[in-house]
Design a protein around this ligand. Structure first.
Ligand code: SF4
Ligand code: SF4
Length: 362
């Protein structure tokens, strides 16, 4: 790719697609592309037809295990491949009223895992109140997706490691690479050094240590238009490098595939990689990964309380195909009876070993 195009993408990426009035900020435009000629002309099969070949259409949920709540799209970073299109300019934030509705569901759900995400969830002014209230519900695994740098971003966040520890929160954090260059290229200048400091602060209070119950996991995603390598090998390399270079410990590494939506779709189109990437995803389709994709055991709640099959569908505004569409009307039995809404972006979840927000799934 020409250097000028790379520079253009890098500079543009300092704001969200929405703030740039980029056409992809319109989810209909993204869906037009995902349903475009490549599939309409039959060059590649629609995802629905592909999974029908192995009798897996329509895709149905299994038992609900994870309730994932997105408390807002505001973030202190503007990462190049963000599927949320998050950034400091995003003002969508969950209100306390919607949080109350979520708490009601958390107290009564059959799900064993609560997964708080964003943006940077910690930037929601009611984040701590919400964590305190939610942790009383006795959920088995309480995940917060922290981007790490938020801990260093402002004095008011410096005590987050202690706060997480107090509520026995399971911290899951993105770390695209164990080298400065690759991490900063994807997430912004200075992100690597701040992430290292944040990991050291988490280790200091006991997170990620070999015998510790304070869980600290990292998430790797590729820095370009290619699929992730083997998760076990990547975890080994990350553990070795972070221990040797910075004395950092963590528990597991999840390797996820970038889905062709939002800012990664923008990157694919601008760098002329969209078609090749879709071919790679389709070629790597693994029918046995379909049964375990995230949407089969998860419900995703948006900042304004709408319900989705997953965080990716949320970003494409593909609401659940159910009579129950909002947290205020939540009914697990009715929701469990739905068909999952799928499209061509779903190939990102079934490529190779398969991947979800929790890493390899098959
Ligand atoms: S830290 Fe996460 S939510 Fe924030 S811009 Fe980066 S990828 Fe998006
Ligand atoms: S993108 Fe969402 S709906 Fe599609 S397979 Fe992945 S988890 Fe399921």
């Amino acid at each position: 790719m020409e250097q000028s195009i790379l520079t253009e993408i890098k500079n543009a990426a300092k704001k969200s697609l929405k703030a740039r009035h980029n056409e992809l900020a319109d989810t209909h435009r993204q869906m037009d592309i995902l349903n475009g000629d490549l599939f309409a002309d039959g060059e590649l099969p629609y995802f629905k037809d592909k999974i029908a070949q192995t009798g897996q259409f329509p895709l149905k949920p299994k038992k609900l295990e994870i309730l994932q709540i997105n408390v807002g799209y505001m973030c202190n970073q503007v990462c190049e491949h963000c599927h949320v299109d998050a950034g400091p300019d995003r003002k969508e934030i969950m209100t306390r009223e919607t949080m109350e509705q979520c708490l009601e569901v958390i107290r009564n759900t059959g799900a064993h895992t609560l997964d708080l995400t964003g943006g940077a969830p910690e930037m929601n002014p009611d984040f701590r109140w919400f964590v305190e209230e939610a942790s009383k519900a006795g959920i088995q695994d309480f995940i917060v997706r922290s981007n790490l740098t938020i801990i260093l971003a402002n004095k008011k966040y410096h005590d987050l490691p202690d706060f997480f520890k107090k509520h026995n929160v399971h911290v899951v954090s993105s770390m695209p690479h164990y080298t400065r260059n690759k991490t900063d290229k994807q997430r912004g200048d200075g992100v690597f050094d701040k992430s290292i400091q944040a990991l050291q602060a988490l280790n200091k209070v006991g997170y990620g240590m070999p015998d510790s119950d304070l869980r600290l996991d990292l998430v790797y995603n590729p820095s370009g238009a290619f699929l992730p390598g083997d998760q076990t090998a990547l975890e080994h390399d990350f553990k070795k490098a972070l221990k040797e270079d910075f004395d950092i410990d963590f528990h597991n590494l999840f390797a996820i595939t970038n889905l062709p939506i939002s800012r990664f779709l923008d990157y694919l189109l601008a760098s002329d990689n969209y078609e090749d990437y879709m071919y790679s995803l389709v070629e790597a389709f693994n029918p046995s990964a379909v049964a375990n994709v995230m949407c089969t055991n998860t419900i995703s709640v948006s900042w304004d309380g709408w319900l989705y099959d997953c965080d990716f569908n949320q970003m494409l505004d593909l609401k659940v195909a159910s009579k129950v569409k909002h947290i205020k009307d939540y009914n697990e039995e009715v929701l469990n009876d739905r068909n999952i809404v799928i499209s061509q972006h779903c190939y990102g979840c079934t490529a190779g070993a398969g991947s979800s927000c929790q890493g390899t799934v098959a």
